[in-house]
Design a protein around this ligand. Sequence first.
Ligand SMILES: *[C@@H]1O[C@H](CO)[C@@H](O)[C@H](O)[C@H]1NC(C)=O
Length: 336
Amino acid sequence: MMPSLASLGPALLLWLLTACLGAHAAIQAENDYNIRKIPLRSQSFQAPYLDSDMQSRYFEFGEDTIVRADQYIRLTSDRQGQMGWLFARMPMTANNWQVEVEFKIHGQGHLHGDGMAIWLTEERAQAGKVFGSRDNFNGLGVFVDTYKNQRPGTVFPYVMAMMGNSSVSYDKDHDGKENEIAGCSARGIRGDEDPPTKKIRLTYYQETSLKVELQYKKDSPDEWTECFETGPLKLPQTAYLGFSAETGELSDNHDLISVTSHNLHVRSPPNTGADKSKDGKPAQAPKVQSKPYNPGGDKERGSWRWFFLKIVLFGIVCVGGYVGWTMYRASRRSRF
Ligand SMILES: *[C@@H]1O[C@H](CO)[C@@H](O)[C@H](O)[C@H]1NC(C)=O
């Protein structure tokens, strides 16, 4: 009886130590939210854009938009008074998503305009006066505005975001100043100097933020430069991804090269063991309900839970250690 108790003490300690290390690893994993990027085919396109019937299964385009199958989708040509659009046929189903757009805005002469827009709106496929798409939209518009009408003190091209609610109009006379949620200047985002194509990336988390990043700088062509990050934005229940552009007296070719979209699936923390992808429902971003913008909020809550678990584990280690040590000592004493 006694020899087995003697070996039990150290074994128990070893077991507790292992459990403790395991818990620590889980804490690390929880704090480092695991985001899986799942391609969204219905929200992406690349050359040659069209299938064998000269159709696009997932996208529809109109007005002056032309498709050059081996090179680009041209929303407007370098001519006056053009407008063009391209919209997804199916709504964006992901709650959290990333859309990366490769494009090229270029033209002859010295003055260029007017710019391009990326949409996530309830409306789709309607031409209008906001960079070639309709005004009084419901949803998000991100504008790459290449011509300054009247906005003193702002360097153009200018990239900005606007949220529409169907009743508010785009403040065209002041390049959207009235509507701006956030924006940044991006000198060099148009033109065909290096890099030959530019990129814009929208990263949206339903509960927390929209981030817009750009890739356009000559010195660092592969680097993402953050343009802005907003607080939580509420998109319409049904929102379509779209693109549009417009020229006026001034003109440019507005070319889309490719669009790559992903569902950002936020995996459940490992300790819950419930991966929501199994029931086909995309997991939510960290839930911070009815609270202001707080990207670290859920992590904090998670670490509190772990904090208490750690205290409990620590208690078990102490008690277990004490019991083990007492038994070990008792067995040694009885031997001598
Ligand atoms: C729409 O937004 C504008 C500007 O933010 C606001 O004044 C207006 O009340 C809003 N309308 C609705 C119906 O929410």
